[in-house]
Design a protein around this ligand. Structure first.
Ligand code: BGC
Length: 437
């Protein structure tokens, strides 16, 4: 492995609902995922995040795993309904106490806390009032950012407002396969705009409380047209505008691109200035590229997603394409030039059907190969002049993978859910050695 700068940030990521469990302690309110997971047929194995990895009780053991890994940063998310059970009003002290303990434990282990404020677990009470379709949710989000930063302020070394607003809009509100399960197709645009507005308002709230840097974590996927017909290219451009530019263009001061669904009547005077508030870091989550061809006649979508041939595949059937990460980082640099802040890859990882062998060891050579390829792609992008300053593996632990329940394992650490026993996989040792070097 080639050398990285000495101050390069190596980390791992998780999110609250996927690992914490303890969904009814300390006055926590229900979130949209508690509701959604209980609806029949939503989650492939019928599970919920009620227990997940029981991290709320086992955070000290998990902090020791981070210390053993030697990472310089840990990206976790804060559960909004633990702080404000109905998404508004006074913060719950007991809810904040949990993150306070976690943050202090991380600092004592020399691991920088990196906190995401919203990783999809909206308080159910806000959803009942329209959720992200309701402009008021943006103001509520800024209030939550304020009360949370008032307590955790500068001890959190990087604040991330939203996780993957594109996925929350498209899977949660466009297709309905994630919470809250709305099927609005392109009428989901207000969800994009109100998340971005909430981000901008939260940036201002955070700046008033902390000197730590502020970021957003977007999901990106370089688009590969299936053929070179004009129709395939146009379809690929439409998908690219939706997935890769809808959120980033306005964040970096360019306004909305010409993407399917964009509805200017939702955007009020001044909103675009709020959204374009400067950020210190752009979080990039990358899993795979997307193949696109022109839609069949009569399709409601201006594109069709097609499988990409010629790549190895993960247990999610996603193509393993490290070249896509390099391509995407170069594309961000070429697209945004001087407007592009430093990038940290805030998620990168893969699911495989990992299981302990007869001796209890969990060997995951495919994950090592996956990470090796993606870390090298980052190195190449840095060599080509892209300002990348960090890389976080998704995920520390096997965890509750949304609509896939417990069936997809992304961790460097295996979790046996019935016993909650943690077993570091061979990829954990590989990543530890990489970080050490
Ligand atoms: C999300 C994670 C998720 C991962 C793997 C990302 O889209 O931020 O919560 O577990 O992908 O699907």
């Amino acid at each position: 492995m080639p050398d990285f700068p000495a101050d390069f940030r190596w980390g791992v990521s998780t999110s609250a609902y996927q690992i914490e469990g303890a969904t009814t302690v300390d006055g926590r309110g229900p979130s949209i995922w508690d509701t959604f997971a209980r609806e029949p047929g939503r989650i492939v194995d019928g599970s919920t995040g009620d227990e997940a990895c029981d991290h709320h009780h086992r955070y000290a053991e998990d902090t020791a795993l981070l210390a053993g890994l030697g990472v310089s940063a840990y990206r976790f998310s804060i559960s909004w309904p633990r702080i404000q059970p109905t998404g508004a009003g006074q913060a719950l002290t007991a809810g904040l106490d949990f993150y306070d303990r976690l943050v202090d434990g991380l600092l004592a282990a020399s691991v920088d806390p990196v906190a995401t404020l919203f990783h999809w677990d909206l308080p159910q009470a806000l959803e009942d009032a329209g959720g992200w379709l309701n402009r008021d949710t943006a103001a509520r989000f800024a209030e939550y950012a304020d009360v949370t930063a008032a307590r955790l302020g500068d001890r959190v070394k990087l604040w991330i407002t939203l996780n993957e607003p594109f996925i929350h809009m498209s899977l949660g509100h466009g297709m309905g396969v994630h919470a809250p399960g709305r099927v609005l197709l392109f009428d989901a645009f207000p969800v994009a705009h109100h998340q971005l507005l909430g981000h901008g308002l939260a940036v201002a709230a955070l700046r008033a409380r902390t000197a730590s840097p502020v970021a957003i974590a977007n999901n990106y996927s370089p688009v590969r047209p299936a053929g070179d017909s004009d129709a395939d290219r146009a379809a690929a451009a439409a998908y690219d505008a939706l997935h890769n530019r809808l959120f980033t263009d306005p964040l970096l001061g360019l306004g909305y691109p010409d993407a399917p669904g964009v509805d200017p009547t939702v955007v009020r005077d001044g909103d675009l200035d709020v959204i374009a508030a400067p950020i210190d870091v752009l979080g990039v989550n990358y899993y795979n590229p997307t193949g696109i061809r022109a839609p069949e006649e009569g399709s409601p979508l201006p594109f069709e997603i097609v499988p990409l041939d010629g790549y190895p595949r993960t247990a999610f059937d996603w193509p393993v394409a490290p070249d896509g990460l390099r391509e995407l980082l170069l594309q961000l640099r070429d697209r945004y030039g001087d407007a592009l802040p430093p990038i940290q890859v805030t998620e990168s990882g893969c699911a495989y059907d990992d299981a302990p062998d007869a001796d209890g060891r969990v060997d995951d050579p495919e994950r090592i190969a996956y990470l090796d390829g993606h870390v090298r792609a980052v190195h190449e992008a840095i060599g080509a002049g892209v300002p990348v300053t960090g890389y976080f593996v998704w995920s520390l632990l096997d965890n509750w993978e949304w609509a896939e329940g417990f069936t997809k394992r992304f961790g460097l650490v295996h979790v046996d859910y019935p016993t909650q026993r943690r077993t570091p996989k061979s990829s954990y040792a590989w990543f530890r050695d990489l970080v050490r070097r």
